[in-house]
Design a binder for this molecule. Structure first.
Ligand code: FAD
Length: 539
């Protein structure tokens, strides 16, 4: 160590170092996948993997619209580090584990693996997540699923635009958002004209956001004669020619810079109907449900990496004669963000189990409402936690090499895509109004912790009163949904959490003994143990 600078946080196992994750992993039924996530945790801590993350972001993708002869090619070129990250992600089944091994705990195992590997780099998670999520939507058209699923679920990353049947593995994206509206997809104007039997259509129009446009195929929303419908649109046609899918430009984004997000135009693009004509939203919502889970996992992952970096840095940096991690006010800040991170990890793993058990009607109802409220809340918290963790590093945190700037730029994105904050909060209201069984399922889960803590019990009573008050419901939605999420996290912690973390969570977030910034926990001897538990140890 030199000049009071910490050693790099490298060569540690991101799974082994994460006690809340390990415990949730066992509890929620994924112990059979232990070796997979432990190996991934080890790889994620290597200098090699960390370098890939930096290189893929320092060298963002480039659009090549035409070849040297002026022919349209619509290719995106990536730095080799991107391909390395993708190789690992696909090779470990982060895009397909539950479809390859449909057994209890498969979504939980994948959630843990996706959370670990996303800590290395967030951008490449986008096509990985969309490929994972496209499978359940595609299954609504069994003929198409039979054809595509085997290719979507191999462990081979095989980039490049070629006829799908000739590839060892394919990736999927989605194109819903148009210039005039992303939240309200009913305003979509892209047209799909039927051309014959078997659901064949020609699609013409424009999409304002289409991430990972180098994917092999997309689920696309377009207006068919019977209304807004979902289509499978491949980039390359079976005869090897390019489909009418043109990438107009790549977006210059705040963060997520390793990943390509584009504007695309469809020109008589050949596509096949998925699901019922006119029921496009209902069809693609199956995909959106799964990508929303990944927004929660992504947020948990950002928080965990930020807390790991901050607890590590402050354990090696001195100010005013003491390590920062010994300064009482810094201990309070670190413990507070660690509490938030732990609560998010527990929630993410519980929600992943609801995906595993979705055949059980109660779990399906719980999943319906839990994902919406979980996405709203955890994505919001990620922004605040990462900002605070960045500040724990002082000036070093503002410098790219620390990784914190990258985490900070990535953090708001999970809240925007797959339904922005308000849209998710309103979705919780919609579930409550149209599917009252979701409320029962939510309350049944929360109430499992009743009788353990008076402040929690009182807050649940109060929440129930608020839930039944429909006056100004839309305007109050954020407050209500936030409270629902916090009480769900509180319930999980009371049943399964570390005792000190649980006490701190309940007294601050539920009983209200807390300020408006992190670092305002009620002081006590337990704070130090929280950050010690969250600090990764170098071997
Ligand atoms: C990096 C990136 C990549 C993306 N990749 C894709 C992709 O691959 N495919 C794709 O289809 N889309 C993609 N998107 C688009 C994304 O899903 C949309 O941006 C998002 O759904 C919001 O739509 P919008 O941008 O049109 O905002 P708007 O719909 O105009 O919403 C603006 C704001 O208004 C709020 N709002 C909307 N309705 C209401 C209401 N009734 N009450 C209160 N508030 C409301 C929203 O919450 C939001 O905060 C991507 C976006 C980003 C930033």
């Amino acid at each position: 160590m030199s000049a009071n600078q910490p050693p790099p946080l490298v060569d540690y196992n991101l799974f082994e170092a994460d006690a809340p994750l390990r415990e949730a992993f066992e509890r929620e039924g994924a112990s059979w996948a232990h070796d997979l996530v432990r190996d991934l945790g080890s790889l994620a801590g290597t200098q090699q993997a960390i370098d890939w993350g930096f290189q893929a972001n320092a060298n963002p993708p480039q659009l090549r619209t035409h070849d040297r002869f002026g022919n349209r090619i619509d290719e995106v070129e990536f730095h080799p580090a991107w391909h390395e990250l993708m190789h690992v992600a696909i090779g470990h089944g982060l895009h397909a584990l539950p479809w390859r091994e449909p057994r209890a705990g498969a979504h939980v195992a994948r959630a843990a693996a996706f959370y670990i590997w996303s800590q290395v780099e967030g951008g490449h998670g986008c096509p990985v997540s969309m490929t994972y999520a496209a499978v359940p939507a595609l299954r609504q058209q069994p003929r198409l699923a039979q054809q595509w699923e085997p290719l979507m679920t191999t462990l081979d990353y095989d980039p490049g635009l070629r006829p799908p049947a000739t590839k060892r593995g394919v990736l999927f994206g989605m194109a819903m958002t148009e210039r005039q509206g992303g939240s309200d997809v009913r305003t979509n104007t892209t047209q799909a004209v039927p051309t014959g039997s078997n659901g064949e259509h020609l699609v013409t129009g424009h999409k304002w956001f289409c991430s990972a446009p180098m994917c092999d195929a997309f689920l696309v929303l377009a207006q068919a004669p019977g209304g807004l419908s979902c289509f499978l649109l491949p980039r390359v046609l079976p005869d090897g020619t390019r489909n009418g899918f043109h990438i107009e430009r790549l977006k210059d984004k705040l963060g997520n810079r390793s990943n390509a997000s584009s504007e695309v135009a469809f020109e008589d693009a050949w596509a096949l109907l998925v699901g019922e004509e006119g029921k496009g939203v209902r069809t693609i919502i199956e995909m959106v449900n799964h990508t929303r889970l990944d927004c929660i996992i992504g947020s948990a992952s950002l928080m965990r990496q930020a807390v790991a970096q901050a607890t590590h840095h402050t354990a090696h940096r001195k100010a005013f004669g003491k390590l920062l991690s010994e300064q009482p006010l810094m201990v309070n800040v670190l413990a507070d963000i660690a509490v938030e991170s732990e609560a998010t990890t527990l929630l993410m793993m519980r929600l992943a189990r609801a995906f595993d058990q979705a055949d059980d009607p109660n779990e399906a109802e719980f999943r319906r409402i839990g994902v919406a409220l979980g996405k709203f809340w955890t994505c919001k918290r990620a922004v605040a936690v990462v900002a605070e963790a960045l500040e724990c590093h002082g000036g070093n945190g503002y410098v790219e090499e620390s990784i914190l700037p990258r985490l900070y730029r990535e953090a708001p994105l999970n809240s925007i895509w797959e339904g922005s904050g308000n849209v998710n909060a309103l979705d919780v209201l919609r579930a409550m109004q149209r599917e009252p069984a979701t409320v029962s399922a939510y309350l049944a889960e929360v109430e499992l912790a009743l009788g353990q803590n008076a402040a929690f019990d009182k807050a649940v009573d109060e929440l129930k009163r608020n839930m039944s008050n429909s006056q100004d419901a839309e305007s109050r939605a954020r407050l209500l949904v936030e409270r629902m999420a916090v009480l769900l996290e509180g319930s999980l912690l009371l049943r399964h959490g570390d005792q000190i973390v649980t006490e701190l969570f309940v007294s601050s977030r539920i009983a209200g003994n807390w300020g408006h910034t992190f670092g305002t926990l009620d002081p006590g001897p337990g704070l130090k143990s929280v950050l010690e538990q969250h600090r990764p140890r170098l071997d």
